[in-house]
Design a protein around this ligand. Structure first.
Ligand SMILES: Cc1cc2nc3c(=O)[nH]c(=O)nc-3n(C[C@H](O)[C@H](O)[C@H](O)COP(=O)(O)OP(=O)(O)OC[C@H]3O[C@@H](n4cnc5c(N)ncnc54)[C@H](O)[C@@H]3O)c2cc1C
Length: 366
């Protein structure tokens, strides 16, 4: 790309999508400027060290993939150590292993075989003669009363800020029930945590690129656009177009961190609080991701939050209204001659990290 401009690529957003595109552009000999409105790189993978504990600032991030290309790409850049995610649910003090498997059913009912567990679920399942009218009916028809009441209802209502009877059935399309003794949450071939947190990986990806933090593209659009030939935009698409068709909706989160003078607080890295009375949905204990033998531990309580302007947009709400609205913005974006849009915000999709990397690896670098 021959150009008189200072940069070939301006990358808006130093999260995984932006960082992987920036890395590839730099490798291809392009001059790259990366900007982020936050005061750090890494987007939601950003970690902060607390005396030897790497705290996932924006919630627990477990790397998992079955895509060999993605796995080889990340492990060629940073060191990862093996990790198996085995979260638990805490329902009014009762502990249940997740995902739903023979260990969960035994803790619920004392059943020890697949036949007994299947019989129990079948006995409790709601048999519908119509399409499920809401999330409650959907979940009851899939897993039955006990699993729904103890492990789904309260957690889901807190997450969405609405009762399961008001929530649409599409939110829960499937509820996988396993009939083996296996608390490994992910089915993927590779599962690991980067040693020292995600920051070393992001730093490697951004090597050789210029980086400007605390820099909002929308507020400085004219100046930034003038600096580069092409723009990779990973922010919200409705904001890019000044909300001209209306606002997309999200769910947000609030994180509350606490350092404790004890070796460990809980048995596993993530415990979901599935009752309705506890205001938070999860407690994360970061030390389970990498234990450097510290005498202290750090936990984070995760509170779901209604999203409004100024709050972080964590989860898109892919209902009919937002999907149609997003399609309007996307039609405009697809016609932009020098912009590439990608990542979870610009695509208005929940992506896991490996999916974002896969997409960023597929971007054509001119
Ligand atoms: C609570 C939570 C837990 C998660 N757990 C996991 C997990 O266990 N495993 C997994 O694989 N994935 C997990 N994810 C998903 C993972 O965080 C995403 O896949 C990944 O971070 C997406 O990268 P991104 O670059 O698309 O977006 P982000 O990481 O959000 O990066 C986008 C960046 O763009 C910046 N930006 C936006 N607009 C502008 C602008 N106008 N100007 C300048 N900068 C801008 C933002 O500040 C941000 O830093 C989790 C997500 C959440 C919310």
């Amino acid at each position: 790309m021959a150009s008189n401009k200072r940069y070939d690529y301006l990358v808006v957003g130093a999260g995984l999508f932006g960082a992987v595109v920036a890395y590839r552009a730099h490798k291809a000999g392009r001059r790259v400027l990366v900007v982020d409105r936050r005061n750090h790189t890494g987007g939601n993978t950003y970690c902060e060290e607390r005396d030897g504990i790497f705290v996932h600032r924006y919630g627990a991030h477990i790397f998992h993939t079955s895509n060999r290309e993605v796995w080889e790409f990340v492990t060629s850049l940073a060191e990862f150590h093996p990790y198996t995610h085995t979260p638990q649910a805490n329902y009014r003090g009762e502990i249940y292993p997740l995902p739903f498997n023979l260990n969960t059913y035994e803790a619920l009912w004392g059943t020890t075989s697949e036949e007994e567990a299947r019989a129990k679920i079948e006995e409790q399942r709601l048999h519908l003669d119509h399409e499920p009218a809401n999330l409650k009916e959907q979940a009851l028809s899939l897993v039955g009363r006990d699993i729904y009441e103890k492990l789904i209802e309260g957690y889901t209502e807190k997450q969405w800020g609405r009762s399961c009877e008001e929530l649409p059935a599409w939110i829960i399309r499937r509820l996988p029930l396993r009939y083996e003794r296996n608390n490994n949450y992910f089915n993927d071939t590779y599962q690991a945590i980067p040693t020292g947190g995600y920051n070393p990986l992001i730093e490697r990806l951004l090597e050789g690129c210029d980086v400007r933090l605390n820099c909002d593209y929308i507020a400085n659009r004219e100046e930034l656009d003038s600096l580069a030939e092409r723009v990779v935009y990973t922010g919200e698409l409705d904001r890019f177009y000044d909300y001209r068709f209306g606002r997309l909706e999200y769910r947000s989160l609030r994180f509350e961190e606490e350092q404790l003078d004890k070796e460990y607080y809980q048995e596993v890295s993530v415990v979901n609080y599935t009752d309705n009375e506890t205001p938070f949905t999860r407690i994360i204990e970061h030390k389970h991701f990498e234990d450097r033998g510290t005498p202290h531990t750090v936990i984070t309580r995760e509170y779901p939050l209604e999203w409004s302007e100024g709050k972080e947009a964590y989860y898109p709400i892919n209902d009919e209204r937002n999907t149609a609205l997003y399609a309007q913005y996307r039609a405009l974006a697809d016609k932009e001659p020098r912009h590439i849009f990608g990542g979870r915000l610009a695509d208005y999709r929940y992506y896991d990290m490996h999916e974002v990397i896969e997409k960023a690896l597929a971007v054509r670098i001119d």
